[in-house]
Design a protein around this ligand. Sequence first.
Ligand SMILES: Nc1ncnc2c1ncn2[C@@H]1O[C@H](COP(=O)(O)OP(=O)(O)OP(=O)(O)O)[C@@H](O)[C@H]1O
Ligand SMILES: [Mg+2]
Length: 382
Amino acid sequence: MNVPELLAGKRVCVCAGSGGVGKTTTSAVIALGMAAQGLKVAVITIDPAKRLAAALGLEQLSNDLAQVPAERFAAAGLEVKGELWASMLDPKRTFDELIDAAAPTPERAGAIKENLVYQQISGAVAGSQEFTAVSKLYELFGDDRFDLIVLDTPPSRHALDFLEAPRRLNAFLEGRALQAFLKPTGVGLRMVGLGVAPLVGALKRITGVDLISDLTHFFGLLGPMTDTFSARARAVEVLLRSEATAFLLVTSAQDGPIAEASWFRDALEREGMAFCGAVVNRFHHDLSGGADRASVEAALAAALADPELAARVAENFADYGVLAARDEANLARLEADLRSQPVLPVPQFDSDIHDVVGLLRVHRFLFGSDSEREALIAGLLS
Ligand SMILES: Nc1ncnc2c1ncn2[C@@H]1O[C@H](COP(=O)(O)OP(=O)(O)OP(=O)(O)O)[C@@H](O)[C@H]1O
Ligand SMILES: [Mg+2]
């Protein structure tokens, strides 16, 4: 099993997973590999490391898609038969574009973008990255230049946050409860009358933010535009549930994330979304070839002519063996839990994946056949 088989017939691949497991790396490799096979692929990356961005030709932060020159990979030995397009999600700009598209006049759009509440939401508030990521996905889905769109997801504690964050933000933007609260005749002002006013006033003096009036103004400006957001949110939900979309879980082989993986699969299924498999990244394969610590130390002592160094290296190797045993056990557990859904391990490499050579290293594991992968793992042993 490999990525092309997992993604057969799909137009969207969402790479989800908890923080730091390798979502951005995996997204880039999947997009590259599918483009190599002849597809026109767009990848939306989120906060890629500077060097990875440079490897994808994304020198400056850009919301726009740029085609990655195929020569870059040809030089490293991978022919890209299709097209690879990459972009970095810029939540603030995506949000601004959303407002521009939805506002009835440019003046209204301008007023919203100047509003402090808007600036907070579009910039920093949790959920805005997810909201804009799916929004961008939806936009590209409608663009028939692309056969496949690969979506990286923002760092989060749990893979499922990605699904919930846009809903939360949308609920806020719809803001019916809040709007009722803020109406001049609403409960809000009555409460202000009851003594919240001094507090709000003090807040305004200290922070310069006039919370109540900014919020009222913000929702006033948004007005019927919230219908546009709601419609888009509904369309995105449909897209995420469609046959065309596959969710790929990226995880590490540690106990917690492995336990969460089958929970994630179940949650997706409950939501009616298609889980297509898991990438178990930074996997430690057993490289001992069955040798125990004492024989490793003896062999090293003979080769290094430094018994102390040999002992230290042997100890390190034994520590690695403990990790490998844990990873192998967790992989077997995950495979049993997921039953028919495939699990693709990618080894822990000895350096970060920040350049073309690194991407190609991972590529071999995600795009090779089972037997090619076994040969690669055997190669790690030698
Ligand atoms: N198999 C691997 N071997 C060695 N290093 C790896 C491997 N996979 C990823 N890395 C490195 O681990 C770091 C985290 O990877 P990446 O940025 O892809 O994770 P992420 O899930 O996108 O993180 P975040 O949740 O912060 O967005 C990067 O420096 C990357 O180069
Ligand atoms: Mg990332």
